[in-house]
Design a protein around this ligand. Sequence first.
Ligand SMILES: Nc1ncnc2c1ncn2[C@@H]1O[C@H](COP(=O)(O)OP(=O)(O)O)[C@@H](O)[C@H]1O
Ligand SMILES: [Mg+2]
Length: 490
Amino acid sequence: MEYTLLLVDDEEELCLALGKRLESMGYIVYTATCGRDAITVFRDIKPRIVLMDFILPDTNGLELLKQMKREIPDTEVIIITGYADMELAVKSFQCDATDFVTKPFGRDNLEQALDRATQKIFVRRRLQEYAENKAMREMVINELVNEDVLVIGADYRIVDINTSMLSKLGVEREAVIGRLCYEITHRRNSPCAGEDHPCPLIQCFETKKPSQTTHIHLDKQDREIFYSISCYPIFENGQVSGAIELSRDITQELNSQKSLFQQSKLVSIGLLAAGVAHEINNPLTTILTTALLIQEDIDPENPIHKELGIIASETLRCRKIVTALLDFARQSKPVRKEHNLKELIDEVVLLTRKQAAFKDVSVESECLSDMVCVQADRGQLQQALINLIMNGIDATDSGGKVTVVAGICPDPKYVEIEIRDTGKGIPKEEMDKLFDPFYTNKKNGTGLGLAITSGIIAQHGGVITVRSQPGQGSIFTIRLPLRQDAANAL
Ligand SMILES: Nc1ncnc2c1ncn2[C@@H]1O[C@H](COP(=O)(O)OP(=O)(O)O)[C@@H](O)[C@H]1O
Ligand SMILES: [Mg+2]
């Protein structure tokens, strides 16, 4: 199938090279180098797929995305960006971008994004066929095994549901047909509403055109799940008699974007750190020894004696930061071997208990299985766990508890390790900054612990996420692939 594709990028060389590559992949490629040209070409050729740079000389990608979606909602838009920004990724997905690719991107990233776009075009076409032809119903909605599909009448009652969604809800078809959609999917007793949780059906009925929105749902463990929801109107005698609602869980996609962003930040800061830290270490040692030498010659009663002490202790603090920076910059590729997860965690727990005892905080571990083995660099994984446990201890008042829980997660290809604490928790507005290098709320913090930890986990092909209730504690979750082949596939 040949698709028309519009490529928008202000770097002409890139446009040319990428355009050639896309043509060799079978696309009919048009190019534009600014937003105004892009819209003119867009209206002219109505491309199925748009691939565009986020930063353009006369506008930005988000505005262009919104405008294109307004004019032809079916267009698949893939955003390319040179700088890493999570908020931007979320916003783009909320405006129904198909994908988000960070520069410089490899052939694989691009191909994956384009595959996703062509897959979506296929799904849309099948749904359109369904909407126009009732006889095709079962065949079409059950063919979409990767999507959750509901057919809903104008009175919000469910007319049909596909097998994939039934198994996610864990109910029988009979229990769902004829019930209200908001009751089944949201356990609400009135239709979805409001800016954060708009009802995609209403819009679809009003405009008689496909509509799109994003909903954030909480799963059984209070984790945020991002759903991209699309609605397609079904026409009967010229009237909209219902809609097909398609929901796709995009949480995984967003999380992997998140760790990609983090990695690119870490690489640049790592390079900088390696250079600077080395240069700073020597003069710091000179300051420290000189201060201590002068101090020896001064009467302890003299106020200068105490001030020299301050110079020495602050210099020591700088050295601590520099050492952490060097650790951070030195992050080598992990040397993975098979290790028993329970043993590895038990060692870490023993190591951190002493520190915790000073604060009267207990550290416990619960391994759901003795037998789970991980392919990991022992030293690195332990360092990651220690960083998380120490943070948990820091955040917890006396009498509190830090627990490390490990076990196989619902997807048997992965293992999950949770570090839970009963501490002060993390305010929502701080969540996005936690993993940034140098972000710290502590007087003596380096702000590098979580940056190093997330780097280690990414190197192991895993992801780290966090959830927290201010006042009730935090849970950091590490998800690691269980087998080497699973890790390579990532
Ligand atoms: N378990 C936790 N509970 C509350 N806040 C936390 C927790 N873990 C990390 N943080 C916050 O994240 C910040 C960054 O952590 P980190 O990168 O380890 O640096 P540091 O520990 O040196 O401050 C901490 O200063 C703290 O504000
Ligand atoms: Mg820390």
